[in-house]
Design a protein around this ligand. Structure first.
Ligand code: NAI
Length: 331
């Protein structure tokens, strides 16, 4: 029976992986620890490792896994920016889940936008305290506004479809535009200039790192709404705080945060958060933070478990790894 070391596990992972594992009968050991250079040793004696988005899978971690005879790393995520693919080359195969439910993330992006705009988060707190005042809760019609979508892959496209139901104008930027679609592509500059709302749906790469920064923010409309369900480091967080303070940014919906790995997915309610930027952001009434939960639907969790275990099955049976991530010399 193949032994699988599963890192950064949560109860909802276990429920779905155990269900799908009935088909494969792997011996899955659920570690609560995140995978990093210190915890990689836990993989000793296992046949495969399952990792997640906030694991630190750098060269040191890869080398330790390799030394402990691990030859397959199955990411149970779409993104893999936290894996040093160059270090893994010719040592460890890296597979991922490229598709599990673009609907889960796109719907969450819209939920953040609607909640922020119509101040649902504030109304919820008020009415529970029997404060039925409407002062300060005014939103705007989405109808007729311009939404800028950065990245028109699987999630970006679903988000665009959802937006269309609201009667908004869509502008999009993608270095690889889908020429068979009816999406209105513009330059990034124009998207920044024209959008009332900007939603990020591109991967984190060296080209997109801090794509939202002081300079790009200065090109945007006053009061622009920014929604990020992709990766935290797409936004220079301190610049975002400054822009929120001046009103340049009217509201921000963040499912991801640059320094999230110390906090997200964990209960830190008893702790003093030492991250001043996160503290300021979470104190602002026009900022809504969710802790990387956009993927968290039953359908997505089931598909993640199904594809991850199928990826491992392909590896163990010397089949073609259909979801392998390959290191490209020229990125
Ligand atoms: P995808 O690969 O289908 O689409 C990404 C799109 O971004 C592609 O069309 C690509 O051409 C485009 N792109 C690449 N470089 C770009 C750039 N410099 N500027 C603008 N666009 C660029 O990926 P998918 O499935 O749509 O996922 C998008 C991102 O969402 C993932 O990379 C991941 O970071 C994030 N994600 C977040 C989750 C969450 O729970 N919050 C869950 C799953 C994914």
């Amino acid at each position: 029976m193949k032994k699988i070391a599963f890192f950064d596990s949560k109860l909802y992972d276990k429920i779905w992986f155990d269900t799908i594992n009935n088909k494969y009968n792997y011996d899955i050991h659920y570690f609560e620890n995140k995978l990093n250079s210190e915890t990689a040793i836990l993989a000793r004696g296992f046949d495969a490792v399952i990792g997640f988005v906030n694991d630190e899978i750098n060269k040191e971690t890869i080398d330790k896994l390799y030394k402990n005879n691990i030859r397959i790393l199955a990411m149970r995520s779409a993104g893999y920016n936290n894996v040093d693919l160059k270090a893994a080359l010719n040592k460890i195969h890296v597979v991922r889940v490229p598709w599990y439910s673009p609907y889960s993330i796109a719907e969450h992006a819209m939920a953040l936008l609607l909640c922020l705009n119509r101040k649902i988060h504030r109304a919820y707190s008020r009415t529970r305290d029997r404060n039925f005042s409407l002062n300060g809760l005014t939103g705007f019609d989405l109808h007729g506004k311009t939404v800028g979508v950065i990245g028109t892959g699987k999630i970006g496209k679903v988000f665009i479809d959802i937006c269309r139901g609201f009667g908004v104008n869509i502008l999009a930027y993608d270095p690889y535009p889908d020429t068979n679609s009816n999406i209105n592509y513009v330059s990034l500059e124009e998207l920044f200039k024209m959008s009332d709302i900007i939603s990020l749906h591109c991967p984190l790469t060296k080209y997109t790192h801090h794509i939202i920064n002081k300079d790009s923010l200065s090109k945007m409309k006053d009061g622009v709404y920014i929604i990020n369900t992709s990766r935290g480091a797409l936004i220079e967080s301190e610049d975002l705080v400054d822009a929120l303070k001046t009103g340049k940014v009217g509201a921000a919906g963040l499912d991801v945060y640059e320094e999230e790995s110390d906090f997200f997915f964990e209960d830190c309610s008893e702790l003093i958060i030492k991250d001043d930027v996160l503290t300021v952001l979470s104190s602002m009434p026009n900022v809504l933070i969710t802790s990387h939960q956009a993927f968290l639907t039953n359908e997505a969790l089931e598909n993640i478990a199904r594809t991850t275990l199928k990826n491992l099955h392909q590896f163990f049976n010397n089949e073609l790894l259909e979801n392998e991530v390959i290191y490209k010399i020229k990125d």
